[in-house]
Design a protein around this ligand. Structure first.
Ligand SMILES: [Zn+2]
Length: 258
């Protein structure tokens, strides 16, 4: 960030995350359309996968900044996000705007409500999809798998963080199905798994990401796992591992394949 502040994503209000991080200080995003950013990430992944002791790559934060936060976080940040607010909507850097104009013939600066433009949304999904695709190709050449932690369902991922993960050619996906973040019950885990699998149409397996602090007790963890598996998840992955105690481990071991 210090060497290349020009790589940082810019909001609809014209602020760079290099100088004005949204929500929290560590929220510093790179512009996905910038070829230098793409090269930087490719070199990084290449160098990691060249090591014989690295078995694969796991993506996280391969998305835009949250243009709308999960509803349970509204209280935390004291913001009511019923719509896309300009300071959380990215990337409106000059490069993105000119690439969009080149491709779609439309000038973002002349659009009254660019946040409602379907082609502008599509352009931004594609920018991230392109990066994911290039990194996946590098992994394929190394014969090493790629997985990703993504937002909980295809719809929520697009709406909150403009992430189009069903179109990535992954080896497996780990949607963060954190029911508490969305003020949902444990049962919702099953519904989210179903939605993800419909979007994937059998192209790769889905492991439901469960957030331990969202469960009231160990029986609920067990229920969550059952909802995930009954609805077709290949397994579960555990987040919030600080809560991974012996009781939870005992539940997990029941489902372990012999
Ligand atoms: Zn940009």
């Amino acid at each position: 960030m210090k060497e290349h502040p020009e790589w940082a994503a810019v909001s609809r209000s014209g602020k760079s995350t290099a100088t004005n991080p949204p929500y929290v200080d560590y929220y510093r995003w790179m512009c996905p359309s910038n070829p230098d950013v793409q090269e930087f990430l490719k070199k990084d992944v290449q160098a990691m996968l060249d090591k014989d002791y690295v078995d694969g790559i796991h993506f996280d934060y391969i998305r835009y900044c949250d243009v709308i936060l999960a509803s349970n976080l509204w209280d935390v940040y004291g913001i009511e996000q019923l719509q896309e607010l300009p300071e959380y909507d990215f990337c409106y850097c000059d490069l993105c705007k000119s690439k969009f104009k080149e491709k779609y013939g439309k000038d973002i600066n002349e659009m009254k409500y660019p946040q409602t433009s379907l082609s502008w949304k599509e352009f931004r999904y594609q920018a991230v999809n392109n990066i994911a695709g290039e990194l996946i190709q590098i992994a394929n050449k190394h014969n090493k798998p790629v997985t990703a932690a993504v937002f909980p369902t295809p719809d929520v991922a697009k709406k909150l963080v403009m992430q189009d993960w069903t179109n990535w050619k992954l080896d497996a996906v780990f949607p963060m199905i954190y029911h508490g973040f969305y003020k949902e019950d444990v049962q919702w885990i099953g519904s989210a798994v179903q939605q993800g699998l419909r979007g994937l149409d059998g192209r790769f397996p889905l492991y439901a990401g469960l957030y331990l602090p969202d469960f009231k007790n160990v029986n609920e963890v067990d229920e969550g796992i059952q909802y995930a598996l009954k609805n077709g998840a290949a397994g579960v992955s555990i987040f919030g591992e600080g809560n991974l105690n012996d009781e939870v481990l005992a539940v997990l071991s029941k489902y372990r394949k012999k």
